[in-house]
Design a protein around this ligand. Structure first.
Ligand SMILES: [Ca+2]
Length: 123
């Protein structure tokens, strides 16, 4: 009986830890919107809010967690990046300079559509 209770307690702790990690206030850190150095960050909500997906390498597919969901983006890599509406670097695309973000991808026609991205030397 005691063992069972302990197991349940650990499970609750694990779930809580996961919830805290997902709830990091990405907008609280000014300048880079909570995006680590060297990464491209895709946020599910506008204004760098909601769940955040951190990507450090060119992605022919951004993954199920954020595909067709990103509503804001921040480029904290050292190069410009091109964001694409389709997988495999296809479809509609826009370039985003290093150290810059789009707080609302709807303003550039890419709300809930980004599926791939890659770094480039120049826009
Ligand atoms: Ca979204």
């Amino acid at each position: 009986m005691k063992k069972k209770t302990l197991t349940r307690g650990l499970l609750a702790a694990a779930v809580l830890a996961g919830g805290v990690a997902a709830a990091v206030p990405v907008g609280a850190q000014t300048g880079t919107q909570g995006c680590p150095l060297g990464a491209l960050c895709l946020y599910e909500d506008i204004a760098f809010g909601g769940p955040l997906v951190i990507l450090t390498r060119n992605s022919s597919y951004v993954g199920d967690d954020i595909n067709n969901r990103a509503s804001s983006v921040f480029n904290n890599t050292d190069l410009p990046v091109i964001l694409y509406s389709e997988r495999d670097f296809a479809g509609f695309s826009i370039c985003l300079l290093s150290g810059m973000g789009f707080g609302n991808l709807d303003t550039v026609g890419l709300d809930n559509t980004i599926s791939s991205w890659k770094k480039v030397n120049n826009c």
